[in-house]
Design a protein around this ligand. Structure first.
Ligand code: UT7
Length: 333
């Protein structure tokens, strides 16, 4: 699934995480849980949470700004902004607000919703615009503030999630095609496993005309079902993306999975026979930041000097929908 067309490189990354931090012990004072349970079952010890005056658009713009600077570009060079989020400031979309905050007035901007697969789906979407020659410089952002949609009295979910934003710049590249392969799936039959659903009450406007009015309700998740799905489907979709990229699992330098659970990451790496030293994980510090988790992990590893130009990265996002996807790329130009 690596169609011919313009060559692509991922040339910059950036991220932003809020400064407020909540620990496992803090959560132990809110619900019936413990540091020991959370660490052993998930690998998480902290999460960063957005303050009331922080907007999704703000944190997205901060991450994008860093990515644009690393790519050696200015916001006015950007043609397209895709914001992957399930928690926009505005249901009509937040991407255009991010465009305004960046001053990226030559770009068109839109939101894309695919929950924790959002960043991978957005990156693949961006690639199609570059391949076809329509756009040359695209910013892809994954950002979520799930703390606003969590039931903080539900121990099944409140221990898992954190807030943050990450971004990359994808560019048409003259030299070499660095986006090597991808694959993506959805299965609505398992939609019930993970939801942040609208729920309303009937309101009668006039005789025989009734509508619903309400709001979105906190996240519900069947953790075991989602766990089983992830461990089965993620290795499979990475194998397929590797097949499209025409490379083998031994060629992978780094595995960056959606940061949902340390046990999922270990099980996937084991199935793919990828040694644990190649698995990039920052879940302990941030928890599950949904669409932001992959670009935050990528950004940290690039800035730490772990990921070097030319390294092959296999990345996979998975989550509500259910949705899942993988992308294989070489970092940098
Ligand atoms: O980003 C979207 C993708 N999401 C995911 O990938 C999440 C996938 N699922 C998971 O990561 C895991 O299923 C969880 C971490 C959510 C749960 O771990 P688990 O090992 O599957 O636990 P469980 O749901 O099977 O629950 C085991 C026990 C239950 O008690 P009983 O019924 O055995 O008495 C739960 O009530 O653990 C209990 N439990 C807790 N205990 C202490 C559930 N949550 C907690 C908690 N603290 N926070």
């Amino acid at each position: 699934m690596n169609a011919s067309g313009a060559k692509i490189a991922i040339t910059g990354c950036g991220s932003f995480t809020p400064t407020q931090v909540i620990t496992n012990d803090d959560l132990g004072r809110l619900v019936d849980t413990s540091d020991e349970w959370i660490r052993t079952r998930t690998g998480i010890s902290h999460r960063h949470l957005a303050s009331p005056d922080t907007s999704l658009s703000d944190i997205s713009a901060q991450a994008a700004q860093e990515a644009i600077a690393m790519a050696g570009l200015t916001p006015k060079d950007i043609d397209l902004i895709i914001l992957a989020t399930s928690t926009p400031d505005d249901l009509f979309g937040s991407a255009a607000k991010v465009q305004q905050l960046l001053g990226a007035y030559n770009a068109v901007a839109f939101d894309l919703t695919a929950a924790c697969s959002g960043f991978v789906f957005a990156l693949i979407t961006a690639a199609q615009f570059i391949r076809t020659g329509v756009y040359q410089r695209v910013v892809v952002i994954g950002a979520d503030i799930l703390s606003r949609w969590i039931d903080w009295s539900d121990r099944n979910t409140c221990v898992l999630f954190g807030d943050g934003a990450g971004a990359v710049v994808c560019q048409a590249n003259l030299h070499e095609d660095r986006l090597l392969g991808f694959d993506m799936y959805s299965d609505g039959r398992q939609h019930h496993s993970l939801n942040l659903s609208y729920g309303g009450q009937e309101k009668t406007l006039k005789d025989e005309i009734t509508i619903s009015q309400g709001t979105y309700h906190p996240i519900t998740m069947n953790g075991r079902e989602v766990y089983r799905f992830a461990v089965a489907k993620v290795p499979e979709v990475i194998e397929r993306a590797l097949f499209h990229a025409n490379i083998s699992r031994d060629d992978i330098d780094w595995l960056i999975l959606h940061q949902a659970n340390q046990r999922i990451m270990c099980a996937v790496a084991q199935r793919l026979k990828i040694p644990s030293e190649k698995v990039i994980a920052n879940l302990e510090e941030y928890g599950n930041t949904s669409a932001a988790s992959i670009p935050i992990a990528l950004d940290e590893a690039v800035r730490d000097g772990k990921i070097k130009t030319g390294d092959v990265i296999a990345s996979s996002g998975f989550g509500a929908g259910l949705t899942w996807g993988a992308v294989i790329f070489r970092w940098g130009i």
